[in-house]
Structures are given as structure tokens and as C-alpha cells.
Ligand binder design. Structure first.
Ligand code: ATP
Length: 349
């Protein structure tokens, strides 16, 4: 069967990485018809809007999206064109996409690889980050020239929803432990609420060990002993920060995949940004988007093919012959991609 998947190549290194991922998913033996749904700078050049209504409609209709990274800039004015309900503004294109597609969960499974991850080669944790609220809700103002304020908004409904996702994920993927990350000793009414909600949901899953950690202690622990964590559930900002920390421990942002889930749509993207400093040079590490592509295959029900891609990446990294610059090698993005495609043919999932 042929799946139909929306693709937004993105900005900066996005188009290079998206093409690499499409090539690998093809090598994994899954037939996908890619339907272009441009957003970001490419969309703006074509129709004057970074978040065109047509692209959103394609994404909503197909329900599965592969997205390259976007340059994170505040959108000005009406973000959408021809939106029936009128225009809405969003803090950024990424934020707008999540809101328009009702994506509330950002999933980032971050693991280490031998030998490139050094002493973190055995790290294997999953970050489940709430992405609709917290300090990124966009409620921010200048009080005067020398003072600004932002509102940290946490609701019980969103906290319970992300907690349920984390516990369901743990059950589905054979994980044993869910750790809630917070600063409830200081932020009683926001993080305190988040923690209460996670505990409430966790009580419904007696087979999963429930724990919690202060965010500062969690950072320390992650660096000292990442094996202390399995699935972590976090409000938006802590999830953002700890994802990059985990990617850094694994060895590079270029190794960390990501997926965003809502009730009716799923979007797969790398954990890193558009890296304009290396765009067009052909040296970006394509692995995080390729691993996001493996998550996309899982989501389509093609778990075996997803495993094949993961094993191929593991094989290429373990041989350490074809490595991109961020992992200390000299291989181009295309050479890394070709090596992963050849490995796909060799590995039996
Ligand atoms: P954002 O705010 O969107 O996260 P950023 O500029 O803070 O963007 P990135 O775009 O992720 O962060 O880039 C951070 C650094 O990591 C840059 O030096 C970039 O070149 C590097 N980097 C990011 N992704 C990759 C990649 N796939 N391969 C190699 N280097 C990368």
C-alpha cells in the first residue's frame, strides 16, 4: 500500500534533511506519496505567508506530516491566509503549526550510540513534553522600558492529558517508569498543579513506577546518571531545555528525533533548529530527522521498517567510518544518508 504524507521541507538545513529522510524511508521499503505542504520561508516566497491555509488544510487532511526545522521568528500580523474563521496570530510558525493542528505532545526519545556518545552510549530516555501552555503561551508584556513580564499558565486539563499520553506511551512501549519534572516547591500553583495531575493519572497505572524530581535536580541527575530516567513528563519549558540537554549528552543535537501528537494529527521533526550557519553546505547531520522518520513509520503501523531504519543508523554510527562533522567526522550529509540507506538493506529488523 502507498501512504500519503504531507511534507514541509522547512528553512535553513531543512530541505537537505527532508530529502535525506525521504531517501531513507524509501530505502526502508515503505511506499509513501509525499504531498508538499510548504510553511516557513519557502511558503512566504511563494504566497507571502509563512503559514498558508492551504498547507494547513493538506496537513489536516492527511494527518501525518514530515517537517524540516523552521527559523524561529515571531510572526507578525495575521499568520494565515484565507482562514474561514479569520486570521489568528501565533508567536512563531512552529507554535502556529502546533496550535492549528492541535498538537499537544512533543515526544523526544533520546538515546546514546556507541562509540559516538562516549560514556552516555547506554542512555535511553524518552521526553514527553507538553507544548500548548506554560511560559510559552505567548502572554508576555513590557511593563516599562526596564521591566517585562510573561505568564506561566498551567491547566489541570492539559497536565492530565500529557500525563495520560506519557503513561500510555510507557505501557505501549514496555517502559517501566514515568518521572514528572517540576519545581513545585517554588511554583505551588502552576508546577504544583502539574505534579498533582500527573500523580492522579499515574495512580491509574499500577504497573508503571511513578516518580518525580525537581527540574534542577533532574538536570544534575541526567548528567551524573541518565539511567535514573526512563519516560519523563514535563511542562513546556522544562521539556524544551531538558531535550537539548539530553541531545548534548548523546553527543549532538543531530542525534535527537522528535514527534508531535494530537488527537487527529502527528508531525515528525528533528529536535534541533534550522541551523542557518551551516545551511546549504551539505554538512548537516541528517540523523535526527531520519530517526524522526522512523517514528513516522511506527505511527503508520510500519514498526518493522521503523526498526530497520533505527538499526541502520546504529550500524553506521557503530562502524564510525562515515560520520558527519558534528560527530567528529568529515562525511557530507549525502554520504551519511547513502551509508544509512545501504545499511537498511543489510540489517534484518
Ligand atoms: P532554534 O531556536 O530554532 O532551536 P538555534 O539557532 O537555537 O535554533 P539550532 O538551529 O538547533 O539552534 O542550532 C544550534 C547549533 O547546533 C548550531 O551551531 C547548528 O549549526 C548546530 N546544529 C543544529 N542542528 C544540526 C545538525 N543537524 N547537524 C549539525 N549541526 C547542527
Amino acid at each position: 500500500m502507498t501512504y500519503r504524507v504531507a511534507v514541509a521541507a522547512g528553512d535553513g538545513i531543512g530541505p537537505e534533511l527532508t530529502a535525506a529522510t525521504q531517501q531513507v524511508l524509501d530505502a526502508a521499503g515503505v511506499s509513501i506519496e509525499w504531498v508538499a505542504a510548504p510553511v516557513g520561508k519557502a511558503a512566504a516566497a511563494r504566497c507571502g505567508e509563512e503559514l498558508p491555509w492551504e498547507s494547513l488544510e493538506t496537513m489536516r487532511e492527511l494527518g501525518v506530516v514530515l517537517k524540516g526545522p523552521l527559523i524561529a521568528e515571531r510572526l507578525s500580523g495575521g499568520a494565515l491566509v484565507r482562514a474561514p474563521e479569520g486570521t489568528r496570530t501565533h508567536p512563531s510558525v512552529n507554535n502556529g503549526l502546533r496550535r492549528e493542528l492541535d498538537l499537544y505532545c512533543n515526544l523526544r526519545p533520546v538515546r546514546g550510540f556507541a562509540p559516538v556518545s562516549g560514556r552516555y552510549a547506554a542512555m535511553d530516555l524518552v521526553i514527553v513534553r507538553e507544548v500548548t501552555e506554560d511560559i510559552y503561551s505567548g502572554i508576555e508584556r513590557s511593563v516599562n522600558e526596564d521591566c517585562g513580564e510573561a505568564v506561566k499558565r498551567i491547566t489541570g486539563q492539559a497536565s492530565r492529558r500529557i500525563a495520560r499520553f506519557a503513561y500510555d506511551y510507557a505501557v505501549r512501549c514496555g517502559r517501566r517508569r514515568v518521572t514528572a519534572i517540576h519545581k513545585a516547591n517554588v511554583l505551588h500553583k502552576t508546577d504544583g498543579l502539574f505534579l498533582r495531575c500527573v500523580r492522579e493519572v499515574g495512580a491509574e497505572y499500577p504497573g508503571i513506577l511513578s516518580e518525580d524530581r525537581m527540574v534542577d535536580a533532574a538536570c544534575y541527575m541526567m548528567v551524573k546518571d541518565p539511567a535514573a530516567f526512563d519516560v519523563m513528563v514535563l511542562p513546556n519549558q522544562y521539556g524544551d531545555i531538558l531535550s537539548d540537554l539530553a541531545a548534548g549528552l548523546a553527543g549532538s543535537l543531530g542525534l535527537a528525533p522528535g514527534a508531535n501528537f494530537g488527537e487527529t494529527a502527528a508531525m515528525f521533526e528533528a529536535a534541533h533548529g534550522a541551523a542557518p550557519d551551516i545551511a546549504g553546505k551539505g554538512i548537516a547531520n541528517p540523523i535526527s530527522l531520519i530517526l524522526s522518520g522512523a517514528l513516522l513509520l511506527d505511527h503508520l503501523g510500519e514498526r518493522e521498517a521503523g526498526d530497520r531504519v533505527r538499526s541502520a543508523v546504529e550500524m553506521v554510527l557503530s562502524e564510525a567510518r562515515v560520520l558527519p562533522a558534528d560527530l567528529g567526522g568529515t562525511a557530507t550529509s549525502q554520504e551519511v544518508t547513502d551509508a544509512i540507506c545501504s545499511a537498511c538493506e543489510k540489517v534484518t529488523a
